[in-house]
Design a protein around this ligand. Structure first.
Ligand code: ATP
Ligand code: MG
Length: 254
């Protein structure tokens, strides 16, 4: 068996309810495991605790019970080996594309020439060659998200934690971002945990889908996606695809 890259055992998490004495139980006895290089999506109803769970994997939140383990080490806080990509790109507004992407490399003490060469490669990989001196406010939402993706990937993280990264994009940009992500993943085989509300996106991208139930959330079903890669968009019209999609929707809507 392959080494497990990231796991969470028996995680429970509650928050105090604002203005009240009570507690809101968000996750309960949640177990999760992802192998090195695997691409797993998490689907679940709004408010079931997906982002909370991802934040625990990232080290931004601590669980009340249980813990996450990354590459054999307990997660005690954020780490560059676990990059996080959010729905809204988090960029420095005062830096242009090039400097936003290069920022993390500079922090690691990379030599200037090397940092510039590697940054140019990533700018090319996300198709922003002609925009390297643009500022975030001068870019479209999709372009900003490409900068955010390059900015995370340039540090060569072992694990990518993505919270609805393409949810705010139009269908066409979303599709090109999905293709870009798959291309980069095929090259570097990061371990990817990807949250989405879009069942088709989950079926087109991932090796495995984890479905969470209503709050307090935990995984109620796991599905190994049976479709070979590459998965063309025409796959979405096939009988097997629509059948699996409707099964997943029925689990989400109960
Ligand atoms: N810091 C916090 N303090 C109090 N309650 C919180 C906090 N963060 C999240 N919650 C509550 O935890 C529950 C789960 O929130 P979470 O953001 O994890 O859901 P989600 O599954 O990501 O939903 P969505 O699909 O809408 O993004 C919600 O009821 C939310 O109100
Ligand atoms: Mg969320």
């Amino acid at each position: 068996m392959k080494r497990t890259d990231l796991s969470a055992n028996n995680i429970s998490k509650c928050f105090s309810e604002p203005g009240e004495d009570g507690l809101l139980y968000v996750l309960e006895d949640m177990d999760f495991e992802i192998k090195e290089g695997e691409f797993v999506t998490i689907l679940g109803p709004s408010g079931c605790g997906k982002s909370t769970f991802l934040n625990i994997l990232a080290g931004f939140e601590t669980a009340n019970q249980g813990h996450a383990v990354c590459c054999g080490e307990p997660v005690r806080g954020p780490s560059p080996e676990r990059a996080v990509v959010f729905q809204s790109p988090v960029l420095f507004p005062w830096m242009d594309v090039k400097n936003n992407i290069m920022y993390g490399l500079k922090q690691t003490g990379k030599k200037k020439d090397d940092a510039q060469r590697i940054t140019a490669e990533y700018i090319r990989a996300v198709g922003l060659d002609d925009f390297d001196n643009y500022y975030p406010s001068q870019l479209s939402g999709g372009m900003q998200q490409r900068v955010a993706l390059a900015r995370s990937l340039i540090l060569d993280p072992k694990v990518l934690l993505m919270d609805e990264p393409f949810a705010a994009l139009d269908a066409q940009t979303r599709y090109s971002m999905q293709q870009l992500l798959l291309q980069l993943w095929e090259r570097n085989r990061q371990t990817i945990v990807f949250i989405t509300h879009d069942v088709e996106e989950a079926l087109l991208l991932s090796d495995r889908i984890c479905i969470m139930g209503k709050r307090p959330g935990k995984i109620i079903e796991e599905i190994a996606v049976p479709f070979e890669r590459p998965r063309p968009i025409s796959l979405t019209g096939s009988g097997d695809f629509t059948q699996l999609k409707s099964h997943i929707l029925s689990r989400l809507l109960v």
